[in-house]
Design a protein around this ligand. Structure first.
Ligand code: HEC
Ligand code: HEC
Length: 283
């Protein structure tokens, strides 16, 4: 790992950043059988970034935190997966249906997490997994929407992610999603807040460095939803985006907003080739 020079003046001035350890070379195998690709050749669209290897945030965590993800009995996120199995089988709403009524076993969702956000032709929009789940709840079950970044949704996303663990993330970047992807890319490089930082300032130019007590990763989302030791619950992608933007002391978008959907698509595409890893465990 070669360390990058701290080219971002604002970051060096505003925050105590120092070079320390880069990502480690450990291997992630879950339950002794599911091999997770945590480092992969960067997708072609990242050529201009100078990053040649994309890496899961797992490589930037301490050994003890990493270990929690190696066995489902130790992974606190798996409790929420169990809760979601109950929700999966529970009939709700005016149609008297559960997810299982139409989708049978959760294993029918194998491969789904890997390709979201994804274009929905009938709706003419890019859909995140959360949008799709709420669409089924409202239009197929006659039930209420779940809160976009709330606990029920995070748990269901974890259950759906588990079915794809080990499969490569493979979201589209062109075709009908192209305009939304471009919008997401623009947001990624837009500097915000009093600290005048973009996602790229931290996760592209300074990954591997320390910021306060935190070891900066590439800000990948292949491991979402993420169980964070800090708040002892599952965290969704949009909740994480919100927290990161707030840390730049900027006003931020809401979970489920068109801006965050676009940003999610773009950030997901920076992880094309990494394995679906969720629910992961982080600080
Ligand atoms: C009445 C039947 C029905 C119920 C109940 C239902 N769904 Fe669906 N679901 C569908 C259909 C049909 C599609 C695919 C077509 C579409 O896009 O609407 C779908 C698509 C999906 C997809 C996207 C799959 C893909 O390959 O892109 C997900 C994820 C999903 N449903 C999750 C759920 C969850 C979670 C529940 C329970 C909260 C649920 N669904 C309840 C009928 C249902
Ligand atoms: C001031 C620096 C900073 C900025 C700017 C920033 N982040 Fe972060 N971000 C962090 C830190 C610190 C963490 C926790 C350590 C880590 O995983 O990198 C983090 C974590 C993340 C994670 C979780 C990664 C994982 O493996 O769980 C994602 C995703 C993320 N950031 C995305 C973003 C996006 C998208 C933006 C722009 C909207 C952004 N961040 C802006 C500092 C920043």
């Amino acid at each position: 790992m070669k360390f990058k020079a701290l080219t971002v003046a604002a970051l060096t001035v505003a925050m105590p950043v120092m070079a320390l350890a880069g990502p480690d070379d450990d291997k992630l195998v879950i339950n002794g059988e599911i091999e997770i690709v945590t480092k992969a050749a960067a997708p072609a669209h990242m050529e201009e970034t100078g990053i040649d290897t994309v890496m899961s945030g797992w490589h930037f965590r301490a050994d003890e935190t990493q270990a929690l993800e190696m066995d489902d009995f130790d992974n606190p996120g798996m409790i929420f997966v169990d809760q979601a199995i109950d929700a999966w089988n529970m009939a709700e709403g005016s149609e008297g249906k559960s997810c299982a009524s139409c989708h049978d076993d959760p294993s029918s969702m194998a491969g789904v997490r890997a390709v979201y956000p994804k274009w929905n032709e009938a709706a003419g929009e890019v859909r995140t997994l959360a949008m799709q789940v709420n669409d089924c709840r409202v239009n197929k079950m006659g039930a209420d929407k779940w809160k976009y970044a709330g606990g029920d949704m995070a748990s269901m996303e974890a259950l759906i992610s588990v079915q794809s663990r080990g499969m490569p993330v493979n979201v589209a970047t062109d075709g009908p999603v192209k305009a939304v992807w471009e919008q997401g890319k623009e947001l990624y490089y837009t500097r915000t807040g009093q600290l005048d930082l973009s996602c790229a300032s931290c996760h592209e130019q300074n990954y591997g460095n320390m910021i306060r007590a935190d070891h900066l990763s590439q800000g990948q989302i292949n491991g979402f939803p993420t169980y964070r030791l800090k708040n002892a619950k599952l965290n969704t992608v949009h909740a994480r985006f919100k927290g990161c933007i707030r840390d730049t002391r900027a006003e931020t978008y809401s979970p489920g907003s068109a801006e965050f959907v676009a940003l999610e698509l773009y950030v997901a595409s920076r992880g094309n080739g990494l394995s679906v890893e969720g629910p992961s465990v982080r600080n």
